[in-house]
Ligand binder design. Structure first.
Ligand code: C5P
Length: 421
């Protein structure tokens, strides 16, 4: 579980991966700087890395045992590799060699570090370090592109003198520069505080529309994105109410949760909270229709019938109604919707943005494998109505929790200033 401070430096859990490059000597300084900033740091070294710097050095600097092997029963008995993968808020690999990048681009899991990277849903960052010709090689460039597509953030490399005598791109970014990229600046921290005093209401998960006492209409929404948004908002200091349909997820710490079943219950709860809401995010996959008259008793199948006809009636459009009841004077609440589409993403999302009178919409293409419904990752196109112009921003595939941070951040930065107390 992410702690209340996981977006800030203090308590942030950083898994530092070190691979076999001469720049590994700088990893000691990186570990030290991260510790000084208040992060919890655990180190994993590849076998080759240990030829450049000893595990003992990193152990002394972090105060934690250093892991080097996947098949080490003693270490596994302490914190198993899956546990370690879950523990991390961020994985940073510095230096990342050409070989390590190649293995990760292929999705290999042939040592502890690559296995952890595959198993972890943490934010992932790498700082390449290699000879300039190796960096420029089309194979490495291909791998770098693939890793970026897979959600890795690449920091550097720098250009300049190299340990091998060459001059060119491939130097690992200096530890201070890596830390500056990893940890929020004081300005960013001040920005985070903008959620203090705000009430954020989020709908999440599916709704369940009864057909009879034992059957219902529903959909595949897992609720993961809505829960990630609730966690992101509460960590920025907001008061968060999560109105959720039936989901199998733990409530993020500090979030007030209202469980509902049907669209009408979700509608009623949303409107009830409207007077005291600064930011409303409709992330739920609300059933568009419900049975006009759910049967009082279990529907029985009959041998002679030719099928069953259900009459469905429209459910209220919750977010459209919230947006239409927005306070004209204050603009409260700022309304953010979601659009899950399988084609013509931008056109459909823009239509919803306008038709439902939303302030912002998060559009995702749910036809992409591994993204959207039920998965842990998502990509999104953010669209918003901004005064007289319309803006947009494309966010690459990434863990839902990280995407949630970006969505909350973008929404907060667009909230009318009178919303902040
Ligand atoms: O029209 P569509 O269902 O694609 O719109 C998606 C957006 O509208 C989401 O933000 C969803 O939470 C919201 N919605 C709603 N009530 C409905 C249907 C959708 O709030 N009945």
């Amino acid at each position: 579980m992410a702690t209340l401070t996981s977006n800030r430096s203090a308590g942030r859990r950083i898994l530092l991966g070190i691979s076999a490059g001469i720049a590994a000597y700088k990893s000691a300084q990186l570990a030290r700087l991260l510790k000084q900033a208040g992060c919890e740091v655990r180190v994993v070294m590849t076998e080759g890395a240990q030829a450049f710097i000893t595990p003992l050095t990193l152990q002394a600097l972090t105060g934690e045992p250093v892991r080097t092997s996947l098949l080490d029963p003693e270490a596994e008995a302490g914190m198993g590799h899956i546990e370690l993968a879950r523990w991390a808020d961020t994985i940073v690999i510095a230096p990342a060699t050409a070989d390590l990048m190649a293995r990760m681009a292929q999705g290999m899991a042939d040592d502890l570090l690559t296995t952890l990277c595959l198993a972890s849903e943490a934010e992932k960052v790498l700082a390449p370090a290699m000879n300039q010709a190796m960096w420029r090689h089309p194979a490495t460039q291909r791998n770098a592109t693939r890793l970026a597509q897979d959600g890795w953030r690449l920091l550097g490399p720098d250009s300049g003198d190299q340990a091998c005598g060459d001059v060119g791109p491939g130097r690992m970014l200096e530890p201070e520069a890596i830390v500056a990229e990893l940890l929020p600046s004081p300005a960013a921290l001040a920005q985070e505080a903008t959620a203090q005093g705000l009430h954020v209401v989020i709908t999440a998960g599916p709704t369940r529309e009864p057909l009879d006492p034992v059957r219902y209409l529903s959909n595949h929404s897992s609720g993961k994105m809505g829960f990630a948004l609730a966690d992101a908002a509460v960590q920025r200091g907001a008061r968060v109410t999560l109105i959720c349909g039936p989901v199998a997820l733990a409530t993020p710490a500090g979030v007030e949760r209202l469980d509902v079943e049907t669209a009408r219950q979700m509608h009623e709860a949303s409107l009830r909270l409207l007077d005291d809401c600064d930011l409303f995010i409709g992330c739920a996959a609300v059933a568009d229709y419900r049975a006009e008259a759910p049967a009082e008793h279990k529907l029985k199948k009959r041998d002679d019938d030719e099928g069953l006809t259900l009459r469905l009636v429209k459910n209220p459009d919750i977010i459209a109604e919230v947006a239409s009841r927005r306070d004209a004077a204050t603009g409260r609440p700022f309304v953010v919707g979601f659009a899950a589409e399988t084609r013509d993403l931008e056109a459909y999302a823009r239509d919803k943005l306008a038709r439902k009178r939303l302030d912002m919409i998060v559009a995702n293409d749910v036809s992409s494998a591994g993204l959207g419904f039920g998965s842990d990752d998502n990509a999104a196109l953010l669209l918003w109505r901004d005064g007289d112009g319309e803006g947009g921003e494309s966010l690459p595939p990434q863990p839902k929790r990280r995407l949630a941070d970006a969505v909350i951040e973008r929404a907060l930065s667009r909230l009318p200033s009178r919303h902040t107390h």
